[in-house]
Design a protein around this ligand. Structure first.
Ligand code: AAL
Length: 399
């Protein structure tokens, strides 16, 4: 008797939920037009699967933002070198008849956070300095040496300077990069520093203070070195501001960055990483964070470029919108323009490209990094090509 009652109750609940869901979905889409039926290959217009209902709501995305990537080894000093970490290449700029790139460089293996963080190297990007290299063809690189070293003991950048980007503006060169102050424990806050020079070969003058810091409104729970224990998470960038990239835009300077939050969570099968922007009237700042932050709900390393009066952004690695290219008319409100199969990480764009030629021209080639092991990372080259149709081998010739 009890069992019967439970079974009937369950049946009622299930059928109510089923009906409710089916009705809700049915109300969301109107009947497909004959053109839609042909395009989506719909057989029975009154029997639409959930996937077909979603497809009927797709925005039409033209194919001119869709690309596929290949990656290659570099030659010369940037080829993989045992015992040396080279990673997070900046954009490539062309000066004095050569390409220039800056990157994070450190030596030796990392020990992680299990030992004494005062002595150990906790990450491959810990105890880094910023080095640079030049090349005439973008394939064979000559390491030129140190560009920006870590600061002196007690400075905001005394532990590591890394993940650098380059901007040239009115004859001046600007490097913006991540900074960490010792001790590098799991709760340490990361900031952004800036250095400037009259020549890409330096000498570089460092800003005495960071130009960007994490939001100060998260609250750690207890004293334990545990970055997941919080009373309050705070803003999307309450823990770290990473991957800075400054673009001149609409008469101002837009500093795009990745935020990490105190008490970071995992969502949509990846880390909960988002991007923000801070805007200044002058290249050296002060940079004021946009009240619209975060400006992405996905992504990892920042990869942004000007296009058609707005800003384009390649979103990789984390979040529901990973592997998309997005575009925004105002540098803040981004819409998805294409979904990609995959994308290289930590891209250094070729800023000497004609970025207005087509949406993804700036991605025809550039630099990226790859992990050889947990300890050693090296810089590689990528290229991309547009794909607007798919043919089998020999299919074109057979026409
Ligand atoms: C990268 C970047 C930042 C992080 C680390 C080095 O992918 O997001 O630079 O700090 O990893």
């Amino acid at each position: 008797m009890t069992h019967n009652f439970q079974a009937i109750a369950l049946l009622l609940i299930v059928s109510f939920c089923g009906l409710h869901t089916a009705n809700a979905l049915a109300q969301e889409v109107s009947a497909p037009t004959p053109v839609q039926m042909d395009y989506f290959g719909i057989t029975t217009p009154d029997k639409l699967s959930a996937a077909t209902k979603r497809a009927l709501q797709w925005k039409h995305l033209a194919n001119d933002w869709y690309i596929q990537f290949q990656t290659y080894d570099l030659k010369g000093d940037l080829a993989f070198e045992s015992g040396v970490v080279r990673r997070d290449p900046s954009a490539v700029i062309q000066e004095n008849g050569k390409y220039y790139v800056w990157y994070s460089r450190s030596v030796g293996p990392s020990q992680g956070f299990g030992g004494d963080v005062e002595i150990d190297k906790v990450f491959p990007w810990d105890r880094c300095d910023i080095w640079y290299a030049t090349s005439t063809d973008g394939w064979t690189w000559k390491e030129e040496g140190l560009a920006v070293p870590r600061g002196e003991m007690g400075a905001y950048d005394d532990r590591s300077v890394f993940t650098v980007e380059i901007m040239k503006f009115e004859g001046q060169y600007y490097l913006c990069y991540q900074t960490v102050k010792s001790p590098y424990n799991v709760r340490v806050k990361n900031q952004v520093g800036l250095a400037w020079a009259d020549s890409p070969d330096g000498p570089w003058t460092k800003s005495p203070e960071p130009i960007l810091s994490p939001a100060n409104n998260g609250i750690w729970k207890g004293e334990e070195q545990n970055r997941f224990l919080v009373e309050k998470k705070g803003d999307f960038d309450s823990h770290k501001v990473h991957d800075p990239c400054i673009l001149p835009f609409k008469g101002k300077f837009y500093l795009y960055y990745k935020g990490e939050q105190m008490g970071e969570e995992v969502n949509f099968g990846g880390r909960m990483i988002r991007h923000g922007v801070a805007i200044a009237d002058e290249p050296r700042g002060p940079y004021i964070k946009s009240p619209y932050n975060p400006i992405s709900n996905s992504g990892h390393e920042v990869c942004v470029w000007p296009y058609n009066g707005g800003i384009a952004s390649l979103i990789t690695t984390d979040g529901p919108e990973r592997n998309t290219i997005q575009w925004s008319p105002d540098g803040i409100n981004f819409e998805i323009m294409s979904h990609l199969r995959d994308a290289p990480h930590a891209i250094g764009l070729n800023r000497s490209a004609d970025n207005e030629k087509e949406p993804t021209e700036i991605l025809r080639w550039g630099l990226t990094h790859q992990y050889r092991s947990g300890d050693y990372h090296f810089i590689r080259r990528f290229s991309s090509h547009r794909m607007s149709h798919h043919t089998a081998k020999g299919e074109e010739a057979a026409k």
